[in-house]
Design a binder for this molecule. Structure first.
Ligand SMILES: NC(=O)c1ccc[n+]([C@@H]2O[C@H](COP(=O)([O-])OP(=O)(O)OC[C@H]3O[C@@H](n4cnc5c(N)ncnc54)[C@H](O)[C@@H]3O)[C@@H](O)[C@H]2O)c1
Length: 259
C-alpha cells in the first residue's frame, strides 16, 4: 500500500518544467497557476509579452517558479527559436500544454480562406510544431514527458454559429493528439486532450464574428466553469500519476452533453 507521502509524490510536479502556450491570460493563466501550485517551474510561451510578464509576476509573487518566452504560434521560426530559448534558459521541459488558440467566428456561407488559414495556423499548425520541437527535447532527455492539448467541447456539440474553421482546427488538434500518442509512447511521452466548455475569458469575450447563437449558449447542468476547472484536468494528465494514460480525452464542460 502507498503511504500518504508516496501518493502526494504521484501528484507532485516538483522539479518539472512545464511550457504552457497562451499561458498569459484566460484558461492558460489558470493552467500556469495550478501547475505552479503543484510544484512545476512554469514557462509561459505567449505572443503577448506584457500579459505574460504580469502573469509571471503573479506566480513569482506567490512564491512559485515561473518565466516567459515570446512566441508567435503562426510562425515556425518563432516557435523553433522560442523552444530553444526555453531549454537554454530553464532546462529541458517535461510538460507541454498546447493551450493558445484563436476563437473568432465567421459564418460558413460568408467565410474566407484567409480566416480558415489564420485559425488553423495558430490553433493546429502551431501545436503541431510545438509538439515536434518539445517532444524532440523530451525524447533526447530520455525521461518521458507529458503533452496535454487543449481542444474544445465544440467537438462534442457545444457550438455556436460561425465556428466552422475553429471546430475544424480543434478536430485537427484531437487527431494530432491520437497519432502523436502512438508515436511518442516509445519515449514514454503521453499525449492527452482536454475539451473545455465555455469559459468567460478575455479571448472568448473579445472574439469577433456573428452573434454567438447555438447550443453552446445553454447553461450546462453544473453551471459555467472557471479556468481552474480546466486546469485541474490538465494537471492530472501532467502528473507522474498519469504515466499509463495516453490518447485520452476529458471534456470539462459541466455535463453539457447530458443537458
Ligand atoms: N474560453 C472558452 O470558452 C473556450 C472553450 C473551449 C476551448 N477553449 C480553448 O482554450 C484555449 C484558451 O482559450 P482562452 O479562452 O483562454 O483564450 P484567450 O484568448 O483568453 O487566451 C489565449 C492566449 O493565447 C495567446 N495567443 C494568441 N495568439 C497567439 C499566437 N499566435 N502565438 C502565441 N500565443 C498566442 C494570447 O496572447 C492569450 O494569452 C484556446 O485553445 C481555446 O480555443 C476556450
Amino acid at each position: 500500500m502507498q503511504t500518504g507521502s508516496a501518493v502526494a509524490g504521484m501528484f507532485s510536479l516538483e522539479g518539472r518544467i512545464a511550457v504552457v502556450t497562451g499561458g498569459a491570460t484566460g484558461i492558460g493563466a489558470g493552467i500556469t497557476t495550478v501547475l505552479a501550485e503543484a510544484g512545476a517551474t512554469v514557462v509561459i510561451a505567449d505572443i503577448d509579452e506584457a500579459s505574460a510578464r504580469r502573469q509571471v509576476a503573479l506566480l513569482t509573487g506567490a512564491g512559485h517558479s515561473a518565466g516567459a518566452v515570446q512566441v508567435d504560434l503562426a510562425d515556425e521560426a518563432s516557435i523553433v527559436r522560442a523552444c530553444e530559448e526555453v531549454v537554454d534558459t530553464f532546462g529541458d521541459p517535461w510538460i507541454l500544454v498546447n493551450n493558445a488558440g484563436l476563437q473568432d467566428r465567421e459564418l460558413l456561407l460568408e467565410s474566407t480562406a484567409s480566416q480558415w488559414d489564420r485559425m488553423n495556423a495558430v490553433n493546429a499548425r502551431g501545436p503541431f510544431l510545438m509538439t515536434r520541437e518539445i517532444a524532440r527535447v523530451m525524447a533526447a532527455a530520455g525521461e518521458g514527458g507529458r503533452i496535454v492539448n487543449i481542444a474544445s467541447a465544440a467537438l462534442v456539440g457545444s457550438v455556436v454559429r460561425g465556428l466552422v474553421a475553429y471546430t475544424a482546427s480543434k478536430g485537427a488538434v484531437l487527431g494530432m493528439s491520437q497519432a502523436s500518442a502512438f508515436e511518442l509512447a516509445e519515449h514514454k511521452i503521453t499525449v492527452n486532450t482536454v475539451l473545455p466548455g465555455g469559459v468567460a475569458t478575455p479571448g472568448a469575450i473579445a472574439a469577433t464574428g456573428p452573434v454567438p447563437e447555438g447550443p453552446a449558449r445553454r447553461t450546462p447542468p453544473l453551471g459555467r466553469c472557471e479556468p481552474r476547472d480546466i486546469a485541474a484536468a490538465v494537471c492530472f494528465f501532467a502528473t507522474p500519476a498519469a504515466r499509463y494514460i495516453t490518447n485520452q480525452v476529458i471534456a470539462v464542460d459541466g455535463g453539457f452533453t447530458v443537458s
